[in-house]
Design a protein around this ligand. Structure first.
Ligand code: F6R
Length: 261
């Protein structure tokens, strides 16, 4: 994993957006894996800015979202369909038919999840997967104990996730308790993963994910098995990383490193 410690969330958003823009410039029809929640908001704002100010083109892009709450329609203000529309899709030029988000209202979960996995493969696989991390170390809604080989499926949310996400709902009782989520195995098949985290409440999860043992109890730790992961964190989220100075040393010396070929 490459750990990039940023001064603040704004720099984190700018650097991660630059990475996505570089992917799109090299491959205009890239397949992007999208995340929701508060963490990627700055990244999406920066991509929208690049689209408007620099002509960053999304016209050939396909997207797959990580997850969706079961029971929420796309019009529900807390659904991830609504979130993506409001915060990203309506501001860029991705063809609507290229947008895939797990269904929160399917009557046949298993068939839907199998179809979702198939669509990812038919579209050529995910080029770069954007990820946030839960305070319990989850990626997507792969809660502690999820198989590291898991695929897209129905998942029961952990109580800590329901507590964390209650801030978006009128009351805790309104938070759905089930979600459809890509599995850890699905995520690990992306060609590149970008993990974002800011704030001190993510410091422990980040340390466990980056420096702890690979364990299904911290599903983000499975990213250690992936050959291409960039971790963008602000100073607060980097707070419990024991190798913090080494990661900064690597970034400082990166420009002078000999070319691999
Ligand atoms: C959202 C998702 C979740 C969030 C995580 C962090 O699509 O997959 O794993 O990334 O719960 O959420 P925030 O960013 O709101 O702290």
């Amino acid at each position: 994993m490459e750990v990039v410690i940023c001064a603040n969330p704004k720099e984190m958003a700018q650097r991660s957006a630059r990475l996505i823009a570089d992917v799109l410039n090299a491959k205009p029809n890239a397949v992007l894996g999208m995340a929701t929640g508060s963490t990627p908001l700055g990244l999406y704002q920066e991509l929208v800015r690049m689209h408007r100010a620099e002509g960053l083109d999304f016209s050939q892009v396909t997207t797959f979202n990580l997850d969706e709450y079961v029971g929420l329609s796309p019009q529900h203000e807390q659904s991830y369909h609504f979130f993506m529309q409001q915060n990203f899709f309506q501001h860029v030029n991705i063809p609507p038919q290229n947008v895939y988000i797990p269904s929160g209202t399917t009557s046949n979960c298993r068939a839907f999840c199998d179809w979702y996995e198939r669509r990812i493969k038919e579209c050529g696989g995910i080029d770069v997967q954007i990820l946030g991390i839960g305070s319990d170390g989850h990626i997507a809604f792969n809660e502690p104990g999820s198989s590291l080989m898991s695929r897209t499926r129905l998942k029961t949310l952990a109580k800590s996730t329901i507590d964390d996400n209650a801030r978006f709902f009128a009351s805790r009782g309104d938070v759905p308790i089930y979600a459809i989520t890509m599995g850890v195995g699905t995520i690990l098949e992306a060609r590149q993963c970008v993990l974002l985290a800011n704030g001190g409440n993510k410091a422990r999860a980040i340390a466990q994910a980056v420096e702890g043992p690979v364990t299904s109890m911290i599903t983000a730790s499975a990213l250690q098995l992936h050959p291409s992961v960039q971790v963008f964190v602000d100073a607060a989220a980097a707070g419990e990383l024991s190798m913090r100075e080494y990661y900064q040393w690597i970034q400082k010396n990166k420009p002078g490193a000999p070319r691999m070929g």
